[in-house]
Design a protein around this ligand. Structure first.
Ligand SMILES: Cc1cc2nc3c(=O)[nH]c(=O)nc-3n(C[C@H](O)[C@H](O)[C@H](O)COP(=O)(O)OP(=O)(O)OC[C@H]3O[C@@H](n4cnc5c(N)ncnc54)[C@H](O)[C@@H]3O)c2cc1C
Length: 568
């Protein structure tokens, strides 16, 4: 058994910030990660990170975030995000001055979607990578122990207290690939879950492990129906074209050559929040104003109104992506783009100390929901949430561990042998035609979610999607998976768990979407097309009790801003 006082699962921005904070409390800290730290998804964030520029901007930033969230964000949590933004960004800047500055030495800021003033900082076109690089350097120079290529498969609890987990060692060369870890405090920082959808900007590692692990251990989830679709991903590949493009003046055009956002957000146009732009695009498709000469409808993102020199100096990264992945020279031609799944606003329910309802279990980053994004996240707010609430999670996990004097005692042998037995029963290398194939089931699940839990939803479609997911779960429980040998390989075990995690999430997303009979932020129900504050200004909480899902509600915490009409 491997023991550490505090273990952080995940080595992205939230996980590394948490570990760095925890080690500062003079305690034994480890990171366990299925990816190598610098391969974590955070490195893909090119757009930027928000900061409250000055005292006046604190109020503006708070109001933009709450309005952007369609008033579902908890306002005391947003205050923490906004008030801590400067401290956390200066923590990074004090190590290395990575953020772009003007000639006079002040931060160079861009105005992102839903913001009334420019407050997004960039570190060239690699903001996520640059911040993570700085943190990783600090981690490597600290006493934090890193277990990379380890995937957590099951959390272990005792009397509603976290005691440890079972992890799969990808590098194991013998049959003992499952290892038991124990700890006093555990922080889940497992990142995005977007691979549940087939049209996503997220990579194949984003399989929602942390959220599924937490709910199976009895943790509560919050607002799982709110899925953000980013308006500008490349057709076919769904590679993201960052919001920074529109922040610097790129246009969206429909098939009539119109800047159609003037009809939906006359003031902010292409810089309206993402939920509004993505939904406007779907409306343009329904009303026949999208391009339709390919398998899927699409729109144009135009840079051709800029001088070539301006494009070269300002959109270097986008120029490279467009040439390599869309065979398009943006100085001459428009880019073909379409909305794609991008971000989960919901996740593991935490309070302002990053605590879950399980003692010793904390969460931070994209897998957590505190909630600062409510029904819709503003660009640049996720990286900030990772460092603000990552630091908070690290601090409170360290305090919890210091205050718990007993190291958990776990019967390692029996946990591992029962786990192996259950696992091997799920696989067979016999040649029956009933044997299941992980990758084809995964593809089916991803299409179901894209078709029935997308930008526009209604009761019949959600129910249809739920039925299909239930059928798939029944199929899995009554059949075995095909294995290449008598014992499943490490990659087969990993893929099997990732599929199980994603199926769990799919069911919960659909269930939450079915429950919320209104339209708010990224959740649009064509059968309940208005926001309904009287009945629905509340969070949906889901908890697994005896293998069924219990649904309850939590009031939204409002401090200063009452819900209002959301015009842009
Ligand atoms: C293309 C793209 C661009 C973006 N641009 C921006 C931007 O400009 N600004 C912004 O604010 N936000 C942006 N976002 C969102 C933002 O990047 C993410 O929400 C954020 O980086 C997530 O960080 P994280 O630490 O929560 O997760 P990650 O960085 O994804 O890290 C998750 C970690 O968990 C580990 N892990 C997962 N499951 C397991 C398991 N079972 N066992 C062990 N380890 C596990 C992984 O190995 C990984 O290390 C972007 C997102 C995408 C997809």
């Amino acid at each position: 058994m491997i023991y550490h006082d505090v273990i952080v699962v995940g080595s992205g921005l939230a996980g590394q910030r948490a570990a760095l904070e925890a080690i500062g409390h003079d305690i034994d800290v480890a990171i366990v990660s299925k990816l190598k730290p610098m391969n974590s998804h955070s490195v893909l964030a090119q757009g930027g990170i928000n900061i409250a520029i000055d005292d006046l901007d604190r109020t503006n930033y708070f109001e933009d975030t709450v309005k952007g969230s369609d008033y579902l964000a908890d306002q005391d949590s947003v205050e923490i995000l906004v008030n801590d933004s400067k401290i956390q960004i200066e923590f990074i800047e004090n190590i290395d001055k990575i953020f772009d500055r003007d000639n006079d030495g002040e931060y160079s800021t861009k105005k992102f979607g839903g913001a009334i003033t420019p407050r997004t900082l960039r570190a060239s076109d690699s903001t996520g990578f640059s911040i993570l690089n700085i943190l990783y350097d600090q981690i490597l120079n600290s006493k934090v122990r890193i277990y990379e290529d380890y995937q957590v498969l099951k959390l272990l609890t005792n009397n509603n207290q976290i005691v440890g987990f079972l992890g799969l060692n990808y590098n194991s060369i013998n049959s003992n690939s499952i290892e038991l870890f124990s700890c006093k405090s555990l922080i889940l920082a497992t990142g995005p879950s977007g691979y549940v959808f087939s049209n996503t900007t997220n990579s194949s590692s984003c399989t929602g492990d942390g959220i599924a692990l937490a709910v199976s251990a009895g943790a509560k989830l919050k607002d799982m129906e709110f899925i953000q679709f980013h308006p500008t991903s490349l057709v076919d590949s769904n590679i993201l074209i960052t919001e920074a493009a529109r922040a610097k003046g790129a246009y969206l055009l429909n098939a009539n050559g119109e800047r159609f956002m003037k009809n939906y957000a006359p003031e902010q146009l292409e810089l309206a929040p993402r939920d509004i732009i993505s939904r406007s695009m779907i409306n343009e498709i329904i009303e026949g104003r999208s391009f339709s000469d390919r398998n899927e409808p699409y729109f144009h993102l135009s840079f051709t109104h800029f001088e070539e020199e301006f494009i070269k100096n300002n959109f270097n990264d986008i120029q490279t992506i467009s040439t390599e992945f869309a065979n398009t020279d943006i100085t001459k031609d428009n880019l073909k783009i379409i909305p794609a799944q991008h971000y989960f606003m919901g996740g593991i329910s935490i309070n302002n100390f990053a605590e879950t309802n399980i003692k010793g279990l904390f969460a931070a980053g994209e897998c957590a929901c505190v909630s600062v994004h409510g029904a819709n996240r503003l660009g640049g707010n996720s990286l900030l949430e990772c460092i603000v609430f990552g630091q908070i999670a690290g601090k409170h996990a360290a305090i919890h561990a210091k205050n718990s004097n007993k190291i958990p005692i776990i019967d390692e042998e029996s946990h591992i042998s029962i786990f192996y037995k259950e696992l091997t029963n799920r696989f067979t290398n016999s040649s029956s035609s009933n044997n299941l194939d992980i990758s084809s089931l995964r593809n089916d699940m991803r299409s179901i979610m894209t078709n029935y839990a997308g930008i526009i939803r209604d009761e019949d479609n959600i129910n249809f999607g739920l039925k299909k997911i239930h059928n798939m779960k029944n199929l899995i429980s009554s059949n075995q998976f095909r294995s290449r040998s008598s014992n499943p390989s490490i990659s087969e075990i990993s893929e099997f768990f990732e599929l199980s995690f994603m199926l769990e999430l799919s069911e919960i997303i659909l269930l939450s979407a079915l429950t919320r009979n209104e339209s708010r932020g990224a959740h649009f129900r064509s059968d309940y097309s208005s926001r309904n504050d009287n009945d629905w200004l509340k969070h949906i909480i889901i908890q697994k009790i005896n293998s069924s899902y219990d649904i309850s509600y939590l009031s939204v915490r409002t401090t200063t801003l009452n819900p209002d009409i959301r015009n842009y």
